[in-house]
Write a protein that binds this ligand. Structure first.
Ligand code: 3PG
Length: 312
């Protein structure tokens, strides 16, 4: 009998077609009718960001052998609960690193380098006025970029900003050595106080909740740019809203939020210096393909073989 695999979120069609040739693949999200019946029979789940795989769900999935996360973050999956039940958890650690790095660099350039494109001819006086209006007060290469979390994304972000000529500092829980990186390790306090641009790339461990809280923000430069492309819960939104309100020269560009989607009472909505993206770090076709091929590892587990990337 073919294994029953439940796909709860969108994947690249080539990857889901590949899996459908091997397993009985059903597409159904937890809020759709029929999900509970499928879950009760499922051998495996394929999920992305918005399927919460917790104890309550696992209790209704007695046959489950594997959960495949197309992507990196595992904060939506209760790893310990899976481990207790002998369920393997797979992910795709490097699938979207490049996509996230590219987004972070675009965010920084968006914030620092005003630009517009003309759609009509302008008389010389107006042309000159537009050119003057577009003068950037700060040049990226003169700035200090602080990287909080020097994992896969943080390391590549640091390399890119070094190439721009920035002074790059980082802080990480671990003492790390990265080839071809001149960035200097500093303590968190120095990182917060020294960074013109602070970009957050810590992982989803629970102890990172509210890492950027009112106390951390109070130590930042009043005209700092804060980028968060890690997880929403790392930055406290209420504290950030109040810091942005009292520091109009500061800016925050956030790709991740808690909750997602955020609701109309999100404290950062409507602030002129808060820019909120809808979690698009991994939104390139290539990254989506890379993440979706988690199905190969899933198939290995279902065949009793060793997967390439198992978190549990
Ligand atoms: C990840 O953890 O890999 C990213 O947050 C992916 O997000 P997505 O599945 O929503 O594209």
């Amino acid at each position: 009998m073919r294994a029953l695999v439940l796909q709860t979120e969108e994947l690249d069609p080539a990857a889901s077609d590949w899996l459908a040739e091997r397993a009985d693949l059903r597409r159904c999200s937890p809020d759709e009718p029929g999900f509970a019946d499928l879950l009760a029979e499922a051998d495996a789940l394929v999920v992305r960001t918005y399927t919460i795989v917790n104890e309550a769900m696992l209790a209704k999935a007695p046959k489950l052998r594997a959960v495949a996360r197309a992507g990196v973050g595992l904060d939506n999956i209760d790893l310990r609960a899976c481990e207790r039940r002998g369920i393997r958890v797979l992910n795709t650690p490097d699938a979207n690193t490049q996509a996230v790095v590219e987004l972070v660099v675009s965010f920084v350039l968006d914030a620092l380098r005003p630009r517009l494109f003309l759609d009509k001819a302008l008389p010389l006086k107006e042309w000159k006025r537009v050119r003057d209006d577009l003068i950037a007060p700060r040049q990226l290469g003169d700035l200090t970029v602080g990287v909080l979390g020097l994992g896969r994304v943080g390391t590549r972000v640091a390399r890119v900003f070094e190439a721009f000529g920035c002074r790059v500092l980082y802080n990480d829980l671990l003492e790390l050595h990265r080839d071809n990186l001149r960035a200097k390790a500093v303590d968190l306090d120095t990182l917060l106080r020294s960074s013109d641009v602070l970009t957050v790339h810590v992982d989803e461990r629970a102890s990172n909740r509210d890492l950027i809280d009112a106390g951390a923000l109070a130590r930042m430069k009043p005209d700092a740019l804060l980028i968060n492309a890690s997880r929403g819960f790392v930055v406290n939104p209420g504290a950030l809203a109040s810091w942005l309100g009292s520091n109009p020269g500061a800016q925050a560009i956030l790709d991740v939020h808690e909750p997602e989607p955020f609701t109309s009472d999100y404290p950062l909505l409507g602030l002129p210096n808060a820019h909120l993206a809808p979690h698009i770090g991994a939104a390139t076709a290539q990254a989506k393909r890379n993440m979706s091929w988690v199905v190969k590892d899933l198939w290995k587990v279902l065949c009793g073989e060793k997967p390439e990337h198992a978190a549990v």
